[in-house]
Design a protein around this ligand. Structure first.
Ligand code: NAP
Length: 149
């Protein structure tokens, strides 16, 4: 969902401007492969602010010109939060149950996203820009063993 009006400026600054600036600094410091956590549905033409900003930051990071740029577009993140987010908690309970039937359809555990990022960093890239949708994140995340396995 789009953030409330009072939080929208901060959202754009944190989710787009700071990320793009961090990418520029990383490139200037010699970074060759940048991995960006975006979101399912990211689209710079979207009429929804959240998805539009995510699409815009994808475009800005690609334009920085890394040798390789990987964009992850996870669906709803399943995770434990310290802060209270009642609506997200309800969605997570529901999607956690749905995930038992359709594990890759609507959600992804944050640990799986982190493992997918590690996997992309370890594997050689085939394309300059790779976009990983939720199903691909699950697939790639399985390639990195969980702690203790
Ligand atoms: N949650 C999901 O289901 C989901 C799904 C797909 C993609 N994503 C993407 O995955 C990333 C992490 O998701 P998340 O839900 O964990 O993000 P989040 O909690 O909304 O924010 C992540 C970080 O950004 C900071 N932040 C957010 N708004 C801010 C503001 N106005 N001013 C200053 N700092 C601000 C937060 O700081 P504080 O810790 O101080 O609050 C936190 O460190 C985000 O890029 C999100 O768009 C999330």
């Amino acid at each position: 969902a789009d953030p409330p009006l009072s939080l929208q400026d901060g959202f754009v600054r944190v989710d787009r401007d700071y990320v793009a600036q961090a990418a520029e600094l990383a490139r200037a410091g010699g970074c060759k492969h940048f991995i960006l956590q975006s979101s399912r549905g990211a689209n710079a033409q979207s009429r929804f602010l959240y998805l539009r900003v995510k699409g815009e930051v994808e475009n800005l990071v690609q334009a920085v010109g890394f040798d390789r740029c990987t964009i992850l577009r996870p669906a709803v993140l399943l995770c434990r939060r310290q802060e209270s987010r009642p609506m997200e908690w309800i969605a997570q309970q529901f999607l956690g149950a749905v995930a038992r039937l359709f594990p890759t359809a609507y959600s992804v555990p944050v640990e799986m996203v982190a493992r997918a990022m590690v996997a992309c960093a370890l594997q050689p890239g085939e394309r300059k820009v790779e976009v990983l949708e939720n199903g691909a994140i699950h697939e790639l995340g399985k390639e990195v063993p969980q702690q203790g396995t």
